[in-house]
Write a protein of this length. Structure first.
Length: 217
């Protein structure tokens, strides 16, 4: 009994709460991002995501566990891509670009909403819950900005590549899309080697400070 009490008292509950808070924020970021991809595709006539039950705010339908780990550790990551069939679109390339943009745009809007909530908390009595909520909203804003900016990088299969490819001629677009599956290997290598991480972190900080000055101050 005594050993159990010693184990219980040794648990760093503050670290456990911090991890759970970050995990909750990551789930929200990734789930909104992927669901918005599917919603725009569905609005443009593609029922694929709906048929595969990906128009859902259940995070377990969207989570890629390695991408989730990267999001928790590094602040940017990815989820399982929502299936999109461009053959349903009247203008396939433009439709793919709109679907791709929906994810990052949703993250930027969620970051703005989180900072508006931070502003509304001005003058609220400080309690353990309000302090946690304040920190959670800031973390939510930062992670959403990180996910949005990361996905705008024009490396397949990230969203930025689909936006960039949409302005290319059809033959070049088809050629580049063939190599989409190899892009993930490039992304994994960049994440593991830490290449470009400082640039992305600087971009996140710059955008966050700008939004903070605009919305909160």
């Amino acid at each position: 009994m005594g050993s159990f009490q010693d184990l219980w008292s040794s648990i760093r509950w503050d670290l456990a709460l911090e991890l759970l808070t970050r995990l909750l924020a990551v789930f929200i970021c990734l789930t909104v991002h992927e669901t918005c991809h599917g919603l725009v595709a569905y609005a443009l006539g593609d029922p694929t995501a709906k048929r595969m039950h990906r128009l859902s705010f259940n995070p377990l339908r969207h989570i890629d566990w390695f991408g989730l780990l990267a999001m928790i550790v590094a602040g940017f990551g990815w989820a399982k891509p929502v299936p999109v069939d461009s053959r349903y679109f009247k203008k396939p390339k433009q439709g793919m670009a709109l679907c791709a943009l929906a994810g990052p745009v949703s993250n930027f809007l969620l970051a703005v909403l989180a900072l508006f909530c931070v502003r509304l908390m001005s003058g609220v009595t400080a309690t353990s819950f309000t302090v946690w909520l304040f920190n959670f909203l800031i973390l939510l804003a930062i992670l959403n900005l990180g996910l949005g900016l990361f996905n705008l990088i024009p490396i397949p299969p990230l969203d930025g590549s689909k936006v960039l490819f949409s302005v290319l001629p059809d033959h070049a677009y088809a050629q580049l899309m063939r190599y989409e599956k190899y892009g993930m290997l490039v992304i994994l290598a960049l994440v593991v080697l830490g290449i470009g991480g400082s640039f992305l972190n600087d971009a996140i900080l710059w955008v966050f400070q700008g939004l903070w000055n605009l919305i909160v101050l």
